[in-house]
Design a protein around this ligand. Structure first.
Ligand SMILES: NC(=O)c1ccc[n+]([C@@H]2O[C@H](COP(=O)([O-])OP(=O)(O)OC[C@H]3O[C@@H](n4cnc5c(N)ncnc54)[C@H](O)[C@@H]3O)[C@@H](O)[C@H]2O)c1
Length: 450
């Protein structure tokens, strides 16, 4: 693994250095004359956009919620909608018209029709909330046609695809961001403020994950996700949905902003819960009772960072349990965690050996962003996080600054999926992370969201 990444890094270093003139030319040709390279090869910015023209691919459960939020954000024009289900396209077209905008063009001529949309439409950015296998092809089609790309999570689930996204974003000078809404969770942002202000002392360890009973979804008894998500449980064994957990943690620990993931080890339990659930729901003779699922019910992955911090990332979408992303941060002077209940202990402030309710620190550490958030925005899906993730992105494009979540963040968080699969398949042996920034993580500034 390591030598493959090193040689690819070297190749990229040479090709990027040699290609800057070509890249700048390419940007001008594709119609974004305002682009400026600030710190090649990893940072670039674009001319501020007064209005942001959006194309949207995949308007199922999450996508339709995104479109509704986008219609509430000033300066957004939803110009095109694409989905393989024609009915969903027309419902969203109606919705956009109802919001007072011109009817967007509809695209529903099959699974690859997003390519036609990316080629034909005059758009600034293409969002997608499609099943996982489509995230990379849609982002690539967007960038190759001169549009920025924003994808639902995880943005990719192979190492090769992660590199393709990085290379294409660098070559086309188009942003490729991920809609990781959980970074903007109220408590997670409170923890970010604490981490940045040193309230917990030197940061040592974090725990996070995606613990969500999706058994009904996986057997198509709730929503549409069973039509595509279950396939991943059949074929893959690892930490399949890492970004909701790791996104906020990566911000707290300055990952790619002074620290980086070094290596991981990963272990999965056996898989029994989906079969037992099938027996209970469909009876003992149903074929689903004996169906083979590769995905172990509970995956635990352990990451060590270059600066010597440790992170546990858990994944469990098969067992009966209340929802949790854990969100725990331990420093040399204190500990805070969000689930099952937000609690904190700070040495010298909390009674020894005692937890306090985190809201006792609300005045001090509520992120300014959440202080000012309107009631309307709070209704925008998943407690307001879905609205915030789109609003932040649109504001960045309108101000001509880079989105909060870079292509490097998106792939570093997503690559935990395939790396964990490799480790699980090899008796939990350590697997090195690729350095998608080619060393630039050492000098990037910490995340700043004010
Ligand atoms: N951030 C979050 O909190 C959150 C929550 C739910 C889902 N998601 C993510 O959103 C994505 C979609 O999940 P969902 O629950 O909305 O699934 P869904 O099945 O409800 O919606 C997917 C939509 O994509 C369409 N689609 C499939 N292939 C397509 C193609 N090739 N071209 C165009 N349209 C296509 C489907 O017809 C469907 O309408 C997934 O990546 C999922 O992980 C994120």
């Amino acid at each position: 693994m390591k030598s493959e990444h090193v040689s690819r890094r070297d190749f990229l270093r040479v090709s990027t250095a040699a290609g800057v003139g070509v890249v700048v030319g390419g940007v001008a040709l594709s119609g974004c004359q305002g682009s400026t390279l600030t710190a090649a090869p990893v940072a670039f910015s674009h001319k501020p956009l007064e209005r942001v023209k959006v194309g949207f691919v995949g308007v199922g459960g999450q996508g339709s919620s995104h479109v509704k939020n986008l219609l509430n954000i000033e300066g957004v024009e939803v110009c095109a909608i694409c989905d393989i289900v024609e009915d969903r396209v027309s419902r969203m077209q109606d919705r956009v018209e109802k919001a007072g905008q011109p009817r967007p063009t509809g695209y529903s001529r099959g699974e690859w029709d997003f390519k036609r949309m990316c080629a034909e439409e005059d758009l600034d950015i293409v969002f997608n909330a499609t099943p996982w296998r489509w995230h990379v092809p849609i982002c690539l089609a967007a960038m190759q046609n001169g549009k920025h790309a924003a994808s639902e999570v995880p943005i990719a689930y192979t190492v090769e695809d992660c590199w393709q996204l990085v290379e294409t974003s660098e070559k086309t000078r188009r942003y490729c961001t991920m809609l990781e809404n959980c970074c903007y969770d109220r408590v997670a942002m409170m923890i970010l403020t604490m981490a940045q202000q040193g309230a917990l002392g030197t940061l040592l360890h974090a725990e996070c994950g995606y613990l969500h009973d999706l058994r009904l979804h996986k057997f198509n008894l709730h929503g549409n996700e069973g039509t595509w998500r279950t396939e991943h449980s059949r074929k893959r064994n690892g930490n399949l949905y890492p970004t909701h957990g790791i996104g906020p943690v990566a911000w707290w620990l300055d990952i790619y902003r002074g620290d980086t993931f070094d290596y991981l080890v990963s272990m999965s339990s056996k898989s029994v819960s989906l079969n037992e659930f099938a027996a209970e729901k469909f009876g003992p003779d149903d074929p689903r009772v004996k169906e083979k699922f590769a995905l172990g019910d509970i995956n635990s992955s352990l990451i060590r960072t270059a600066q010597g911090r440790t992170i546990i990332v858990k994944h469990d979408t098969n067992t009966p349990r209340p929802y949790s992303r854990i969100n725990l941060l331990q420093g040399a002077k204190g500990i805070v965690r969000e689930w099952p209940k937000p609690l904190i202990h700070i040495e010298g402030r909390s009674k020894p050996h005692t937890w306090q309710d985190i809201d006792e620190y609300k005045e001090e550490y509520t992120h300014p962003f959440w202080r000012d958030l309107s009631q309307e925005a709070r209704k925008g899906g998943h407690g307001g996080m879905d609205y915030i993730v789109s609003d932040r992105l649109i504001q960045a494009l309108r101000q001509g600054v880079a989105p909060d979540i870079s292509v490097y963040d998106a792939v570093a968080w997503s690559v935990i999926g395939p790396l964990s699969e490799q480790s699980v398949a090899r008796k939990s042996r350590p697997v090195d992370f690729p350095d998608f920034t080619r060393g630039a993580w050492k000098t990037h500034n910490p995340i700043s969201i004010v």
